[in-house]
Ligand binder design. Sequence first.
Ligand SMILES: [Zn+2]
Ligand SMILES: [Zn+2]
Ligand SMILES: [Zn+2]
Ligand SMILES: [Zn+2]
Ligand SMILES: [Zn+2]
Length: 291
Amino acid sequence: MGFDTEKFVCYVSEDRKCSLCNLVLDNPVQGPCKHVFCSGCILPWVVEHGCCPFRCQALNTGNLTNVLALRDLVLNMKVVCEFRLNGCTEQPKLREFIPHIKECAYRKVRCGNEGCDRLVCAKDLEAHEIQDCGFRPVGVCESGCGAVLKKNDCEHDCIQYLKSEVLNQQTRVQNIEKELKLLNDQLKTREKELLLRIKGMKKRLQFQGIKLVNQEKNPETMPVDNSMECTTKPEPNNNGNVIISPNNSNNNNQHVGMATEGIIVSKVLAGGPAQKKGLQTHDQIVKYGTK
Ligand SMILES: [Zn+2]
Ligand SMILES: [Zn+2]
Ligand SMILES: [Zn+2]
Ligand SMILES: [Zn+2]
Ligand SMILES: [Zn+2]
C-alpha cells in the first residue's frame, strides 16, 4: 500500500501513484513493461496472476526491479505533520516524517504528576507540570504526617493519609515476601541439582578407587598406567637408595639428571657406578643410601 495523497503538501502527479492501490508509490518496482507499482502491491498480484495488472505481459517476482530514482523522488516530497491540528506547521520530507513525529513539539504527552492523566503538547509539558497542574506538589503537611500536599488537596486529612500509607507499606511488604519465597524456591532447586551432582561424583570416585585396587592386586592382567607408578610405595634397594622404577628398559650409558622430587637416572653405563649400584634408566632416587 502506498502513501495517502492527503499527506503531501503539493499536488501529486499520476506518474507517482501506484495503479493497484491508487496511492503515492511506496518502494516502487517495475517489470520489463515499465509499469510501476508499490512493491507491497505488485508482489502478491504477480504471485497470484503471473502477469502485469495491465495484461501487457507475463511477470514473475524475478522480473521485478526497484525504481530507485522514483523512490528517492517520492521520499523527498514534503508532507504535513501528523500533529498539524495541534499547531505544528512543519513540513518534513517524507523520509524524515517518522523522526519528526517522534520529536515533534506538538505531539501529545502525558503529565508526569501522580494522579493527573492530562495529555498536553510536549512543548507545554514543563509549564503544565510546574505551574498549571492540579496535582503538582506544593509542600509538605505542616501537621507533621509527612504527606506531600498537591495543589488541589484542599481537604487533606492526616489520619486518612496515614491509613493509606500503612496500606501501601503492607502491600510493599507482601510483594517483598513473594519475591523472597520465589528466590528461596530457586535456591532449593539449585541445591537439589548440586547434591545430585556430588552424589554422581562420589560414585565415580568409588569406582575409580576399586579399579586402582584391582590394578595393584593383578598388575599383569590389568593394563598399567605409568602415571600411577609414583603412588606405589617405594622400596629401598640393597644399596639403601630409595628407588621408584617406572620401567625396566636397559641402557648402556650413564647419566644422572635432576627431577622435581629426587633424581632421575637417565643413562646407565655398562660397568659404571650406576650399574654397580643396581640402578636402571628412569629410576627415581628419592633418598641416597648410606652404603
Ligand atoms: Zn500500491
Ligand atoms: Zn505492464
Ligand atoms: Zn510536527
Ligand atoms: Zn497534570
Ligand atoms: Zn497531614
